[in-house]
Design a protein around this ligand. Structure first.
Ligand code: IPM
Ligand code: MN
Length: 367
């Protein structure tokens, strides 16, 4: 039987609770589809930091590097200054393991979970590909005269040809595969006639950020001819925010830089039903990838068995898909859709009509 070794960082707050449900569901899928999962737990997070003063030992990064996949619950602890755990664990792993793609499927499973009037599952179904190693997150910059009236704070966006191109290339591949021969509803008849099957939108700000997005724009234009089945579009980030609310059905695959990607994926999470279902993958296609629910550690709900584990379960599904267990991943998604549509009252914490563990059990049973 095939087996997979997976590093598990449950993390802070409700992270361990939702992780438990996600692993439970993944195991059930494994039994059904003929593979086993060996979990290797790591206790990185706020509690360990408060106990030992250490966020992530250097040796841990090298140890984690040996795995094909890491499962991460949540980081963020109320007694730890914001930034320490986020930068010390999440961002450090994204950078050092070169997880240069942040993959965010945005899919609404039930109309009532969408805050937009007259929009249902047929309108909200797209994918955001966020660059995950560069941009404003690179940490380039500094201060002068800190704490004085003359203080200067500089934060620069780093965009490299290699970083931009590999992100665009990944996005074109995702777009190409996405609509297996089906005409995407965002395409006009003449696009379909011209052989287009999917659409990739570059999200930028070419009218103001004329250095960074000039590079992105040229990379995009240069790569497009090699992908004739993908219609390429461009939209400014502010307009994208507007259209996510007004016409989310226009989007198929979106590619963007780190900061814009961070912002638009929170908005996107809301139109798919909120942080209770939104999951993401930090992908290094050739190395170690890391999967996580989008929501934070939600400390006020810790231990109450009220937090929604569906985002964590979806993250486990993405992980299995990444490992090549596509049938198991599909079964998890179908089970989630079924449970939402037949059982769950609301996707919000405490209002599901079931506890965290029960929701995990329901999904597991549906598989
Ligand atoms: C995300 C999160 C992180 C980010 C934080 C926790 C550092 O918001 O994954 O989107 O900004 O990337
Ligand atoms: Mn974010």
């Amino acid at each position: 039987m095939k087996s997979y070794d997976i590093a598990v960082i449950g993390g802070d707050g409700t992270g361990p609770e939702v992780t438990r449900e996600a692993l439970k569901v993944a195991e059930v899928a494994g039994r059904k589809f003929g593979f086993s999962l060996n979990w290797h737990p790591y206790d990185f997070g706020g509690d360990r930091f408060l106990r030992t003063g250490e966020v992530l030992p250097d040796s841990a990064v090298d140890e984690l590097r040996k795995y094909r996949s890491i499962y991460l619950g949540a980081v963020g602890h109320p007694q730890v200054k914001p930034g320490i755990l986020e930068k010390g664990i999440l961002l450090r792993l994204r950078f050092e393991l070169e997880q240069y793609i942040n993959l965010r499927p945005v899919k609404l499973y039930r109309a009532q979970d969408c805050p937009l009037k007259d929009k249902g599952p047929e309108h909200v179904d797209f994918m955001v590909i966020r660059e995950n190693n560069e941009g404003l997150y690179a940490g380039a910059g500094g201060n002068l005269f800190k704490g004085t009236p003359h203080e200067v704070a500089i934060q620069e966006s780093i965009n490299t040809r290699r970083g931009v191109d590999r992100c665009l290339a990944y996005a074109f591949e995702v777009a190409k595969k996405r609509r297996g021969g089906q005409a995407w509803k965002g395409l006009k008849p003449e696009d379909v006639e011209a052989g287009k099957r999917s659409q990739l939108t570059l999200c930028g700000k070419t009218n103001v950020l004329t250095y960074a997005f000039d590079l992105w724009w040229r990379g995009f234009q240069e790569m497009a001819p090699a992908h004739p089945t993908v219609k390429n579009e461009y939209a400014h980030v502010d307009a994208i925010c507007m259209w996510f609310v007004k016409n989310p059905e226009w989007f198929d695959v979106i590619v963007t830089d780190n900061m814009f990607g961070d912002i638009i994926t929170d908005l996107a999470a809301m139109i798919q039903g909120g942080l209770g279902v939104a999951a993401g993958g930090n992908i290094n296609p050739e190395g170690t990838s890391m999967f996580e629910p989008m929501g934070g550690s939600a400390p006020k709900y810790t231990g109450l068995n009220v937090i929604n584990p569906l985002a964590a379960i979806n993250a486990a599904g993405m992980m299995l898909d990444f490992l090549g267990e596509t049938a198991a991943a599909e079964a998890i998604e179908n089970a989630v859709v079924k449970i939402i549509n037949t059982k769950i009252q609301s996707l919000a914490a405490g209002r599901m009509g079931f506890g965290t563990t029960q929701v995990g059990d329901l999904v597991a049973a549906a598989i």
